[in-house]
Design a protein around this ligand. Structure first.
Ligand SMILES: [Zn+2]
Length: 504
């Protein structure tokens, strides 16, 4: 019997089994029937265990191409039988048994297949075709389908897999090379992506655009640099420098070039986090970035870095915010350089209305016009839904206050606003959690609680809280652990913020 007539009515796992049974089926009805029953069993097992979804991980283009190829085969097969066409082009063996026999076996198999299996798979599905087109996998799909029609299931799947592997290799090893003159540093060559031997030819062609003798910054944003690519770059660098040029290598993502030079190349790709310099302090990258070395002013180097890499990322958001701000949160925190509100809250432009001062202090209503103005603006005009007071570990203001040393000038005057917190600190020193906490750290927590109390002295805040429009939240940032906690206002304990949010 011709098993391909049967498999076209079925989905992939069943089709595979029937094909495997094809040779046996030539020996009689009993074996063909057994193959169909077995196929139905596999189909049910696939449906029950959801293994079918894993089959899609193979490549949707190959799976759908196989089904389409099978459908095309049966149509051609039946047309061939019905019309009694001469076997000018015989793509598959002539059936040993009749058309009727094929239909019966097919019907039994289809009924079996209806009980479970790969969900959502059809022999030809326009929606899937569109999806494959969008994902640039239509070539793999067509190669698979054509392979099934011409050479059978195994040939089709093999062709499809080969095509899928080729597409994947192209995608995974693709890189872009940009060569451009740079006003400050001569020329800049920017390489992004995965740099392996397949891309070396194009890289070298692009590098020919760099004039001999020029100063070049080679900027690498690569997640993998293989041996061939490293050698090509090193040779080009040596030749360029021998011709009087200068080459500075700046590795923005990871250190592939440096490691290869030190004979410690990595084995696998390193995933780009996209955050390196956004979170790192200047000292971590300005020392080794040729574009920043020599820039005496770290602010200028930082601004240049932002304009080159950060501005394009944030501009789409800022464009929307250019005429209006709608922050939902008023964030009051210490001026300490180690506490960066947008970093610890993973927020961006437009999210936080901020006030920062020494000690994250909120003097009572009427004592400080700066804070008073910010509170009125945030609550009255912006209508924020949360006011956060965020203290932090190792706070200089808390340590200075507890040290008992006399502090002159305006700093001394300002820190007098910590006195209510010190009183609370003394009152709560007997709380269980305080025993295991350093003095200034405990004061830091009490200081957060005290500022929340002070916030309620502002009429706008008291009114909004009473109306349920505003909540007050005390946070504490542990610098060394990079961890944000909520300060429990009743116990001073540091508790998980998620728990609080879920409970609220
Ligand atoms: Zn501080």
């Amino acid at each position: 019997m011709d098993t391909r007539s049967v498999i076209t009515r079925l989905e992939l796992p069943l089709a595979v089994v029937i094909l495997a049974a094809g040779l046996s089926a030539q020996h009689g009805w009993a074996i063909a029937g057994a193959a169909v029953v077995l196929a139905a069993g596999v189909r049910l097992a696939v449906g029950a265990t959801r293994l079918g979804n894993r089959a899609l991980a193979l490549s949707p283009a190959v799976v759908h191409g196989t089904l389409t190829g099978a459908a095309a085969t049966v149509i051609l097969d039946q047309l061939h039988s019905l019309l009694g066409l001469p076997t000018v082009i015989q793509l598959w063996p002539t059936p040993h048994v009749g058309f009727r026999h094929t239909l019966v076996v097919g019907a039994v198999a289809v009924l079996a297949g209806l009980f479970g299996g790969l969900r959502g798979l059809r022999l030809i599905d326009v929606a899937h075709l569109r999806s494959l087109w969008r994902h640039h996998e239509i070539v793999t799909y067509l190669a698979t389908a054509a392979g099934v029609v011409v050479g059978g299931l195994v040939t089709g799947v093999a062709l499809g897999l080969l095509s899928a592997v080729c597409v994947a290799v192209y995608r995974l090893t693709h890189c872009t090379v940009l060569v451009e003159p740079c006003p400050d540093t001569g020329w800049r060559v920017t390489v992004r992506g995965t740099l392996v031997f397949l891309g070396v030819g194009r890289l070298l062609r692009e590098l020919r655009n760099v004039p001999p003798g020029a100063a070049v910054t080679l900027e690498l944003h690569v997640d993998l640099l293989d041996h061939a690519a490293f050698e090509a770059l090193r040779r080009w660098r040596t030749e360029h420098e021998a011709g009087g040029g200068r080459v500075a290598v700046e590795e923005v993502h990871d250190s592939w070039y440096q490691r290869a030079g030190a004979r410690h190349p990595r084995l696998r790709k390193t995933l780009p986090t996209g955050s390196g310099r956004l979170f790192a302090p200047w000292g971590a990258w300005q020392q080794c970035a040729p574009s920043a070395v020599g820039a005496r002013d770290p602010i200028a180097a930082g601004v240049r870095e932002f304009e080159r890499r950060g501005a394009a990322l944030v501009r789409p958001y800022l464009e929307d915010l250019a005429g209006v701000q709608r922050p939902g949160q008023f964030f009051i925190t210490c001026a300490d350089s180690r506490l960066v509100p947008n970093v610890i809250t993973a927020s961006g432009p437009g999210d936080l209305f901020c006030v920062r001062n020494v000690g994250n202090l909120v003097p009572r209503n009427g004592f400080d016009p700066s804070i008073g103005a910010a509170v009125e603006f945030a609550v009255g005009l912006l209508g924020v839904s949360t006011i956060v007071v965020c203290g932090h570990s190792d706070c200089g203001a808390m340590k200075a206050t507890l040290s008992g040393k006399r502090i002159e000038g305006q700093l001394g005057s300002w820190l007098r606003h910590v006195e209510p917190s010190v009183r609370l600190f003394r009152e709560t020193r007997a709380w269980p959690e305080s025993a295991s906490t350093k003095g200034h750290e405990w004061l830091g927590r009490m200081n957060v609680i005290q500022q929340l109390t002070h916030l309620r002295t502002y009429p706008a805040v008291a009114e909004a809280v009473a109306a349920g429009r505003l909540r007050l939240l005390g946070l504490y940032f542990d610098i060394g652990a990079a961890r944000v906690w909520r300060v429990d206002p009743d116990t001073g304990e540091l508790v998980d913020l998620e728990r609080h949010v879920r409970a609220a």
